[in-house]
Ligand binder design. Structure first.
Ligand SMILES: NC(=O)C1=CN([C@@H]2O[C@H](COP(=O)(O)OP(=O)(O)OC[C@H]3O[C@@H](n4cnc5c(N)ncnc54)[C@H](OP(=O)(O)O)[C@@H]3O)[C@@H](O)[C@H]2O)C=CC1
Ligand SMILES: CC(=O)[C@@H](O)[C@H](O)COP(=O)(O)O
Ligand SMILES: [Mn+2]
Length: 384
């Protein structure tokens, strides 16, 4: 039995992870669960999966949870609670599926505690990839990709020699605005951006898909996970989201991983890696798909993708700044306090006024993150 702690159990990835666990009671057991605000979901999960520790966003919510779960369950809260769940003694593997830079410290603490981490929380790798990947190596812990593209690449690289890799090809649906001109995108709101063509996910990532920032983050994520230079990472729009990503080798062969757009597949692969378990998830029937389309991304319509390539290449604290400023604009956009064109404008302004620090320590990253949030918030306030 592998014991798993889930950070972000009330979210989209968290719930899909619990569904995988539910389907394989002989293989997985839940040791800890952490949510933030959605305590009703967490309480229900605690009743079903019987973790030894749970955590929620604050003390008041923890008090409510305590009154409704078994006495034996330890109930924590806040930043420390998230860390306590990540480091709980029982856990063999931590699924990090919180959103945003909140995931950085719990990932680091889990690795320090010797846990393998299944990493869905891409913002941790974007902002602190240098620190986290180095630490995982030092501690001999696995950092297993959950993001569908990175799981695909992980599978394509299985058994291959790294020096024969020629490039990674990360596929992208193109997001909700893929068929619109730049002009048509200006007036659009969060409710429009939330209509992802292929995947059902949390709101923050779905908005990031509409700006192609999600794809930009995935480029940086791939750079750190697979130690591949940015010049060897390509993005390809593939509107069906059936090929989850590809790897090209020096002989010109391309290996692709395919499947239905269902996150339970990469999640299950991460939980059971390097083995595969039987599943009853809907299978891909290629005879029902009349065509697979591919096109180059349009950086002029989607400047966030080029910001990410640029920030990744500059390295240092630049990706942390990009991530933090994006979190602020994304949040404001969802509250109708920023418009779609603010992603381009505000991120450009924050990035160009940042004094980059190369080879950053964790403190430099956290400091850059805080600086970028403040700067982006100020810019949004100023223009409204
Ligand atoms: N959804 C998907 O298919 C994919 C997601 N990812 C990545 O996985 C991560 C999660 O995405 P997704 O599941 O869609 O997001 P959701 O918004 O659905 O879920 C986020 C989860 O994180 C929790 N959370 C947020 N902030 C805190 C905090 N401060 N402390 C504790 N818990 C917190 C939420 O708690 P609560 O709801 O209780 O407030 C919720 O459980 C993101 O980094 C995303 O980029 C990557 C690939 C695919
Ligand atoms: C499911 C998943 O991995 C998401 O990160 C996905 O990549 C979103 O789709 P697009 O970014 O291709 O729109
Ligand atoms: Mn993805």
């Amino acid at each position: 039995m592998k014991k798993i702690s889930i950070l972000g159990s009330s979210g989209s990835i968290g719930k899909s992870t619990l569904d995988v666990v539910r389907k394989h009671p002989d293989r997985f057991k839940i040791s800890g669960l952490a949510a933030n605000q959605r305590i009703d979901d967490l309480i229900e999960q605690a009743h079903e999966f019987r973790p030894t520790i749970v955590s929620v966003g604050n003390r008041e919510l923890a008090r409510k949870v305590k009154a409704q779960v078994d006495d034996s369950v330890m109930v924590c809260y806040g930043e420390k609670g998230l860390i306590d769940v990540a480091c709980c003694e029982e856990a063999d593997l931590v699924m990090n599926s919180v959103t945003g830079a909140t995931g950085i410290i719990p990932t680091i603490k889990a690795l320090h505690a010797g846990k393998d981490v299944a990493i869905a929380n891409k913002e941790t790798l974007v902002a602190a990839g240098c620190v986290v990947t180095k630490l995982a190596k030092e501690k001999g812990c696995k950092l297993i990709p959950v993001d569908s593209e990175h799981s695909a690449i992980y599978q394509c690289l299985n058994g291959e020699s790294r020096d024969q890799l020629s490039k990674l090809i990360i596929t992208a649906s193109g997001g909700a605005f893929r068929d619109l001109t730049k002009q048509e995108m200006t007036g659009l709101r969060a409710s429009d951006a939330l209509k992802h063509p292929n995947w059902s996910m949390g709101e923050k990532i779905t908005i990031d898909c509409a700006t192609l920032m999600n794809k930009g983050f995935e480029v940086i994520e791939a750079h750190w996970l697979f130690e591949v230079p940015y010049e060897q990472i390509e993005v390809l729009i593939h509107r069906q989201s059936v090929i989850h990503s590809m790897v090209e080798f020096v002989d010109g062969s391309i290996i692709a991983q395919m499947g239905m757009p269902d996150m339970r597949v990469p999640i299950q692969y991460a939980l059971e890696y390097p083995n595969r378990l039987k599943s009853d998830y809907p299978k891909l029937d290629l005879s029902l798909i009349s065509q697979l389309n591919f096109e180059k991304p349009d950086m002029a319509r989607f400047p966030c993708l080029s910001y990410a390539f640029e920030a990744g290449k500059q390295g240092g604290t630049m990706p942390a700044v990009l991530n933090a400023a994006n979190e602020v604009v994304n949040f404001s956009f969802r509250r109708n306090e920023a418009c779609f064109s603010d992603f381009e404008k505000i991120l450009d302004e924050v990035l160009s006024s940042h004094h980059n620090i190369q080879n950053p320590q964790l403190e430099d990253i956290l400091h850059a993150d805080a600086w970028a949030r403040e700067k982006a918030e100020l810019l949004i306030k100023r223009q409204s």
